[in-house]
Design a binder for this molecule. Structure first.
Ligand SMILES: Nc1nc2c(ncn2[C@@H]2O[C@H](COP(=O)(O)OP(=O)(O)OP(=O)(O)O)[C@@H](O)[C@H]2O)c(=O)[nH]1
Ligand SMILES: [Mg+2]
Length: 321
């Protein structure tokens, strides 16, 4: 494991791929903890972007363009396509969904897909670990693409420093989507496919909703940009808006706040998981459950009383102060 970590830190592509596969395939807890803990001091340099929006909105086409700009600035980029609905692909590249063939041979662009099925801690956990691997390995930008806006996607987007929400005209249900709370997760709103009808109207609607959210008086602080990813229009603007938005987050301290909120979530998650694990082990719930059910059913004991007793026994056992 230490050797693998060393190679990851040296930006060895094969080691990075291997580390991510280990996470994806669910290695032993102890090994995973060593991996993540050893990488931790080397994390924090990479900028994490999320890009989300309805299927077919042009997220990948747009991302492809933005990656071109990042490469032009000589940045190393990792892209993770998260697909909560599909099974593991064993790390296969979703080149179709990603439309990133152009970058597929570039060593400084690492493209990876992740799926959630059967993953302990959900896809958000696996994605979070993958982000740490890329970050420690020295990628300057780590970009996560998800489709749609279900709960899992929101959790994944919460791993980002900046979320780009890509919207397109002509879906018919734009406004419903905006009302459904989707707007909450976006930092920067991109109206893509500005070359088709309805883009201007959608922009007005989006700005209206954003200003409402802002109390209806001041202009919202969230930029709304129009692009045509296929025609390569508005990309320069999008790129510079993203950069200045990030700069503001750094300067006004919001980035640190966001990152601390992520650490808080992570710590709570680890705490709950670990407490649950040790409780399960001590209480041996699965084995005793039938007996407890019977006792509660027979009214020999009430549920709270039973579990409070078990838990205080547990706390005594571990000498809880
Ligand atoms: N007219 C027009 N078509 C676009 C534009 N951007 C993307 N497309 C097309 O829209 C289709 C979907 O593009 P993708 O980039 O795969 O969209 P996506 O949001 O990544 O799709 P999923 O990952 O499947 O959700 C493709 O046929 C693109 O060529 C645009 O600005 N204008
Ligand atoms: Mg895509």
């Amino acid at each position: 494991m230490q050797n693998l970590v060393k190679q990851v830190l040296q930006h060895n592509i094969r080691a990075i791929a291997k580390a991510i596969s280990l996470i994806e395939n669910g290695i032993e807890t102890r090994k995973k903890e060593t991996l993540i803990d050893t990488l931790h001091p080397h994390c924090g340099h990479g900028i994490i972007w999320g890009i989300t929006g309805p299927p077919g909105a042009g997220k990948s086409t747009l991302l492809n363009r933005l990656v071109e700009q990042l490469r032009h600035d000589n940045k190393k980029v990792a892209v993770i396509a998260v697909d909560p609905s599909s099974p593991f692909t064993g790390g296969a590249i979703l080149s179709d969904r990603l439309r990133m063939q152009k970058h597929a041979t570039d060593d400084s662009v690492f493209i990876r897909s992740m799926a959630s099925r059967g993953h302990l801690g959900g896809v958000a956990g696996a994605t979070g670990d993958a982000i740490k691997i890329f970050d420690a390995a020295g990628y300057d930008h780590i970009i996560i693409e998800t489709i749609g806006v279900g709960q899992t996607e929101i959790e994944v987007m919460e791993l980002s420093d900046i979320v780009l929400l890509v919207l397109v005209p002509g879906l018919g249900d734009e406004i419903q989507a905006l009302k459904a709370g989707v707007m909450e997760i976006g930092d920067i709103f991109i109206i893509n496919k500005k070359d088709i009808d309805g883009a201007d109207r959608l922009r007005t609607e989006v700005e209206y909703v954003l200003n409402l959210k802002n109390g209806g008086e001041n202009r919202s602080r969230h930029p709304v940009i129009m692009t045509s990813a296929t025609l390569n229009e508005g990309i320069d603007e999008a790129y510079s808006v993203i950069q200045s938005y990030y700069q503001i987050l750094v300067e006004n301290g919001e980035l640190a706040i966001k990152r601390k909120e992520r650490i808080e979530k992570e710590l709570k998650y680890i705490a709950v998981t670990k407490i649950k694990e040790s409780m399960d082990k001590f209480l041996n719930i699965d084995d005793k459950l039938d007996r407890w059910i019977e006792e509660v059913f027979q009214k020999k004991v009430s549920p709270y009383k039973l579990l409070n007793k078990k838990i205080s026994e547990f706390l005594q056992e571990i000498d809880w102060k």
